[in-house]
Design a protein around this ligand. Structure first.
Ligand SMILES: Cc1cc2nc3c(=O)[nH]c(=O)nc-3n(C[C@H](O)[C@H](O)[C@H](O)COP(=O)(O)OP(=O)(O)OC[C@H]3O[C@@H](n4cnc5c(N)ncnc54)[C@H](O)[C@@H]3O)c2cc1C
Length: 472
């Protein structure tokens, strides 16, 4: 089949490019190829009873399928240029913010009306953080919650399904550059062609993306990874902050090494979950909007950024080795009480059960100091004590630390200001491009590229005095 546009990956980046393309030009013939399942068929087999840990499905239901890695996420759409990606470096700060607000409006119009938009503007926490060597980053955040996020995605799917061809369980193997222009999109099920291709394969497609760049000689660079733990504590400890801001993105510079440690993905009344990236089990978290599904705990990650310089290039490989070590020792994620870590002893089942914080993830009690490099662990401990000053109780003995949490950054694909590769009409967006690391940035990059394509078609049609369609 020939299409005007083939989109590879149905995460937020792919969904929002399809949505905007159909809005901009109804004539276009568009297909979305997705390795995972349709939304209603996405089901992780871990039920906590018969299946307690990851069984390495061929495509991970948490990371893949309609909605991408975002489908069962907490649905926090942060509207900011301060974190979540560097889209603004390509398209400018005001355009990036404008597009994130546009994405927010679409979510609201597809079921998220009634959800709250939180903001750091005018908050007293900024001063309190600064007084304790902590920096609160500026942002507005719409919290959809895992349940509302699902409803929004389902509504978007129903709307798009009439206008776009979706193929699920459809893993793309190769992208071929065709002699006469356009691209051949190859899978083991066959080859399709398109005039333009939008690649939006996210974190789960990072290895595949590297291969594509290698095959097509598209330059890339990679030098950063974030490693740390997920902290879980009673929700009351952070409630003064989470009630007002929902999540605080707080950055701390360690005294010992001047490393940057930050809070990431705060989930008030949430749960801690496993995450499977390319077969490596790490930890993450999310929370529900529905009070009936909420827990008594809040969780958030504490991550230390590691930037490597020449000659070392494999920052993701470095973090993978650390995550593998925790998988080797714990069979998956390890959990440790802060008090045990500080006393230099492992946690065991009895100590966890005797503690006052009830874990929301069944992880293996162990010793994180045997897994995390000293420099990283020292940074995390320093930050826990710094946070204890603005949220007393953070450094309690019973605070739980799950490890490891890793934020893999895809290598950055070399792109121009239209997010186009050196091949005309071949675009790379979302987390797979290395440019974005969040729902709102990935979605905004999809809208941006859709408008670039629609604009290019319109310009060409204007020049030729025709109605724009994809055959141009
Ligand atoms: C548990 C969890 C919680 C999160 N919470 C938040 C949050 O609250 N806020 C936030 O901003 N971000 C959050 N994130 C991150 C967020 O989900 C991602 O930043 C976002 O989904 C990126 O969108 P994307 O479209 O670029 O990629 P993805 O969402 O990763 O989608 C890529 C899609 O491409 C498909 N694919 C990959 N390779 C191929 C191939 N070769 N052929 C066909 N299809 C392919 C994959 O199956 C996948 O469905 C969370 C992530 C996780 C895992």
């Amino acid at each position: 089949m020939h299409y005007d546009v083939i989109i590879i990956g149905a995460g937020p980046g792919g969904i929002f490019s399809a949505y905007e393309l159909t809005r901009q030009n109804e004539q276009l013939k568009i297909a979305v190829f997705e390795a995972g399942n349709a939304l209603e068929r996405r089901k992780c087999p871990i039920d906590g009873k018969t299946v307690k840990s990851c069984v390495n499905c061929s495509t991970c239901a948490i990371m893949s399928g309609f909605g991408g890695a975002g489908a069962f996420s907490d649905g926090k759409y942060n509207i900011t240029n301060d974190f979540g990606g560097t889209l603004y470096e390509y398209i400018g700060k005001s355009t990036a913010l404008e597009l994130m607000h546009y994405v927010d409006q679409i979510n609201v119009a597809h079921g998220a009306q009634g959800t709250r938009l939180y903001s750091t503007a005018g908050t007293k926490f900024k001063k309190r953080c600064l007084q304790n060597k902590l920096h609160l980053l500026d942002a507005s955040v719409r919290h959809l919650g895992t349940d509302m996020n699902y409803i929004v995605l389902n509504n978007l799917y129903q709307e798009l399904n009439d206008k776009v061809e979706f193929r699920f369980g459809y893993q793309v193997d190769h992208i071929r550059v065709l002699d006469g222009g356009g691209y051949g999109i190859e899978s083991e099920k066959g080859v399709d062609t398109c005039s333009r291709c939008i690649v939006s394969v996210g974190r789960s497609g990072s290895k595949w993306m590297e291969n594509v760049c290698r095959e097509l000689s598209i330059p890339t660079k990679s030098n950063r990874v974030d490693i740390g733990v997920r902290v879980e504590l009673p929700a009351e400890i952070f409630s003064h902050l989470t009630d007002e801001l929902y999540e605080g993105k707080i950055v701390y510079r360690t005294e010992k090494f001047e490393d940057s440690v930050r809070t990431f993905c705060m989930n008030p009344y949430g749960i801690v979950v496993n995450e499977n990236t390319n077969g490596i089990i790490t930890v993450n978290g999310h929370s529900y909007e529905d009070p009936k599904k909420q827990t008594e705990n809040t969780n958030f990650a504490l991550l230390v950024s590691k930037h490597f310089s020449e000659p070392f290039k494999d920052s993701n490989g470095y973090a993978e080795s650390i995550a593998r070590l925790s998988n080797m020792l714990g069979g998956g994620v390890i959990v440790q009480r802060f008090g045990d870590l500080m006393r230099g002893r492992r946690s065991n089942r009895d100590r966890i059960e005797e503690g006052f914080v009830r874990p929301t993830l069944s992880a293996t009690p162990g010793d994180l100091s045997l897994v995390l490099p000293k420099r990283i662990l020292d940074g995390i401990v320093e930050m826990i004590y710094a946070l204890d000053k603005i949220a007393p109780g953070t450094a309690n003995d019973d605070t739980l630390l799950y490890g490891v949490e890793v934020k893999f950054y895809n290598m950055e694909v070399s792109l121009n200001e239209s997010l186009e590769t050196c091949y005309p009409g071949l675009y790379v967006i979302g987390d797979g491009s290395g440019v974005t690391h969040s729902l709102s940035h990935a979605s905004a990059s999809g809208v941006y590229v859709a408008r670039q394509i629609a604009g290019a078609l319109k310009n060409k049609a204007d020049r030729m005095g025709m109605i724009p369609d994809g055959n141009m």
